[in-house]
Design a protein around this ligand. Structure first.
Ligand code: ATP
Ligand code: MG
Length: 260
């Protein structure tokens, strides 16, 4: 005679329960491990994000400092130097001075004062472009185009197909981004033409910038040495926008997308 049926049933129940217990345990373990991994991943992402934010903040502080020292230098070298010279000329004025020399001094100091007025105008124009303030981004870019075309070194074309107005508060950042892209082309690209296209797509403003120079090398993108590209990123992060470096056979092409 084998075991009684109840004993077998009991065994089956116990084994069944153990199996169920082990199964639930492994499900729980799996769940805990999964949660942990998820959390670790989230923390990693957060760290990357916060490192990136810190880097942007550092860049923005550094570029503010650079901007200040540039203005200080311009004030010192341009305006300061001219004022010093003008003062020297004024020091030469004495009651005994013959009229023709007096006239000569008056002529020279007047021309120094003209230069100073010009310098101060260009410094303040640079700090806060008047066209931008008065007529908006498109006109400001247009004026930038004219200034550069007049220099005769490179041909800039601007195509504006925007249909929506750009929020005033975003204009200065966009202008600075375009300015930096142009400066980079002038500085690094050895290009003969620049194309800037502006348009709206759905709820975005799209700026496509292209030059026909030697092109941006991947290593320059990865190890950004200068402040320029970092600045563009930090301005875009303020605008919640993005920049895409497009693959091109020759020259450099970027696409900037900003929500409007
Ligand atoms: N239009 C371009 N064509 C070719 N190379 C470019 C172009 N724009 C940028 N680069 C390269 O990318 C690098 C990084 O540009 P970025 O503007 O960040 O720095 P920079 O212009 O060297 O210095 P800064 O902007 O601080 O004066 C440049 O040094 C240059 O080598
Ligand atoms: Mg630059």
């Amino acid at each position: 005679m084998g075991e009684p049926e109840e004993a077998i049933a009991l065994k089956i129940i116990i084994i069944g329960m153990i199996v169920i217990f082990l199964l639930s345990l492994s499900v729980i373990m799996f769940f805990i491990l999964y949660q942990r991994r998820l959390l670790a991943q989230q923390q990693k992402h957060q760290k990357i994000e916060s490192d990136y934010q810190k880097e942007l903040l550092k860049t923005s502080i550094a570029s503010q400092e650079e901007e200040r020292s540039r203005i200080a230098k311009e004030l010192h070298d341009d305006v300061g130097a001219m004022l010093t010279t003008t003062k020297l000329y004024f020091g030469q004025i004495t009651p005994e001075l013959p009229p023709d020399e007096l006239e000569n001094i008056a002529h020279k100091t007047s021309s120094f004062l003209d230069d100073m007025i010009h310098s101060i105008r260009s410094i303040s124009q640079d700090l806060r472009p008047v066209v931008l303030e008065k007529l908006g981004l498109i006109e400001a870019v247009e004026s930038l185009r004219q200034t550069i075309n007049d220099s005769g070194k490179i041909k800039v074309s601007v195509k504006n197909n925007t249909t929506k107005t750009i929020v005033k508060s975003k204009e200065l950042n966009l202008y600075r981004i375009i300015q930096e892209l142009i400066t980079n082309t002038l500085k690094h690209a050895d290009a003969s033409a620049i194309q800037i296209k502006l348009k709206n797509e759905e709820d975005s403003l799209i700026i496509v910038y292209k030059d026909n120079g030697k092109g941006l090398q991947q290593k320059n993108l990865l190890h950004k040495k200068g402040l320029g590209l970092k600045n563009i990123e930090s301005r875009l992060s303020i605008l919640s926008g993005n920049i895409y470096f497009m693959k091109e056979d020759s020259g450099m092409k970027v696409k900037i997308v900003i929500p409007v």
